[in-house]
Design a protein around this ligand. Structure first.
Ligand code: ADP
Ligand code: NI
Length: 200
């Protein structure tokens, strides 16, 4: 990446920090930073547009429907910021396509390797030790129970509904290798949690 692109990345980090520093459901600035670092690491051995990956990873949650009231307004604001940074319209279009399509709940078809890499990085941050922490943080922010004997919504249930299945959807071999380790961390944790709940 050239100097100009590195400067844009710094500006984007400041912009994301301004918007997500006080986010309280596990989609905060540090999540954005982890996804950015992981995505660039996943991209290392591939012929891809690293700049697009870096920016898309940093901004991916600025348009998440859970965090903003209007996804269209959020995309417009992001577009305005990216244009102001002097990014080419081709790269902006690619970045906006990535951030609008990678969310798990959309089950969207991804049409570029860059999108697959950013999604892999985002999925890896939802599993393993960090994923456990984020799930309970998200649950706490929604007053959700840790677990329930009464079939009420709980964060424990979220592991079975979603988090334990995420590795099946990873695209890159590097992410699959990391995912395997993080899957084992979650499985061990859930065994301990269930043992403690059941007094073993
Ligand atoms: P995506 O935007 O890709 O659909 P989410 O924003 O739903 O992903 O997930 C982001 C984080 O919030 C993850 O770490 C996930 O575990 C957590 N999360 C989402 N929904 C729940 C839930 N119902 N209970 C606990 N954690 C949740
Ligand atoms: Ni995310």
């Amino acid at each position: 990446m050239d100097k100009e692109q590195i400067n844009i990345i710094s500006d984007t980090q400041v912009y994301v920090h301004e918007q997500l520093a006080t986010e309280g459901s596990g989609h905060d600035y540090e999540h954005s930073t982890r996804v950015y670092r992981m995505a660039l690491w996943l991209a290392e051995d591939e012929t891809v547009n690293e700049f697009v990956i870096a920016i898309a990873a940093l901004v991916h949650d600025l348009v998440d429907s859970k965090l903003v009231t209007s996804e269209t307004d959020a995309l417009d604001n992001l577009n305005y910021f990216l244009e102001g940074e002097g990014i080419s319209s081709k790269d902006i279009e690619h970045i906006l396509t990535i951030v609008s399509s990678i969310s798990y709940h959309k089950h969207a078809h991804l049409d570029s390797r860059e999108a697959e890499i950013v999604q892999d990085a985002d999925y890896l941050d939802a599993i393993g030790a960090i994923g456990i922490a984020r799930a309970f943080m998200y649950g706490g922010s929604k007053q959700q129970l840790i677990y329930s004997s009464q079939n009420d919504e709980s964060t424990l249930q979220h592991f079975y509904d979603k988090l334990l299945h995420l590795t099946e959807y990873l695209h890159t071999d590097k992410a699959k290798a990391v995912g395997e380790k993080r899957q084992a961390v979650m499985e061990d944790y859930l065994i301990s949690l269930l043992n403690e709940i059941n007094f073993n």
